[in-house]
Design a protein around this ligand. Structure first.
Ligand code: PAF
Length: 253
């Protein structure tokens, strides 16, 4: 049994939770570190993406990785490769703001699967739309998901948090605050209202979307949806942040 944990590096406790989960499944855990140009819509974002290879090796090994693999661009994209289209769900929400992002994610994940041939692969729930789309294309690999890891204030851990100042990190807490508040609501409509209302309290946060989706098919949730999840995305000082939470405790019929 080989478990792959695909990452773009700049590892933190969130990635370590994925690696620990992988290690609980198998003695062979490969962590790939590849900043995939295909999933960045602008060059600046790609260039600014944080990189810390030495620390990554340490953190991955400490969490239980048996191999930390840094593929070269040419290994992943040797001339012609099969590109994967994310389809209609790839162009809503995250995909609406980031055209071709999910095609890039699925293409690289498919290549990593082709090269490593893992039995299992572990991904975080934080990128929930990504997780949904990967589950859709994975034919021979079992996809295991791990809940989002948060800091003490509730902020979802992300490699991009490094770019937030202390004040901006405090502003960013509004996202998890809004999600937790929405999760307490009894109906989808009231959860939606609460999301919007709490997010509007933080002027530094520029909302992109705040929605409640049906986890089964990623459509907008109705009161009848079995599993509902609230998803939020936006920017603080130009830095894009996303987060989500299951509406387990509330928004039920
Ligand atoms: O979630 C990420 O870090 C990336 O999108 C992934 C899955 C490693 C593909 O580049």
């Amino acid at each position: 049994m080989t478990v792959l944990v695909p990452t773009m590096g700049s590892l933190h406790r969130g990635h370590q939770a994925l690696i620990k989960r992988a290690r609980a499944l198998s003695k062979e855990v490969i962590v790939s570190i590849f900043v995939n140009p295909l999933q960045f819509e602008n060059k600046e974002d790609l260039e600014k993406y944080p990189r810390s290879p030495q620390l990554d090796i340490e953190l991955a090994t400490l969490a239980g990785a048996t191999e930390v693999w840094f593929p070269e661009y040419e290994d992943i994209y040797p001339g012609t490769i099969q590109t994967i289209s994310a389809g209609p769900i790839g162009s809503i929400l995250e995909g609406a703001s980031r055209p071709a992002h999910f095609d890039g994610v699925l293409t690289v994940v498919n290549r990593l699967f082709e090269m490593v041939k893992p039995t299992h692969a572990v991904f975080g729930e934080k990128d929930f739309q990504q997780l949904f789309l990967i589950k859709n294309i994975a034919k021979k690999v079992e996809i295991v998901s791990v809940p989002t890891v948060r800091n003490g204030s509730g902020l979802a851990l992300s490699s991009r948090n490094i770019r937030l100042s202390q004040i901006e990190q405090e502003s960013a807490i509004i996202i998890s605050k809004a999600l937790s508040a929405a999760a307490q609501e009894k109906s989808v409509a009231s959860a939606q209202r609460v999301l919007e209302q709490v997010l509007s309290e933080e002027k530094a946060f520029k909302k992109d979307y705040a929605v409640i989706i049906d986890e089964k098919n990623f459509s907008f949730a109705t009161q009848e949806s079995q599993k509902k999840r609230a998803l939020v995305a936006g920017w603080i000082n130009g830095i894009r942040l996303i987060d989500n939470m299951p509406m387990d405790s509330g928004a039920h019929a």
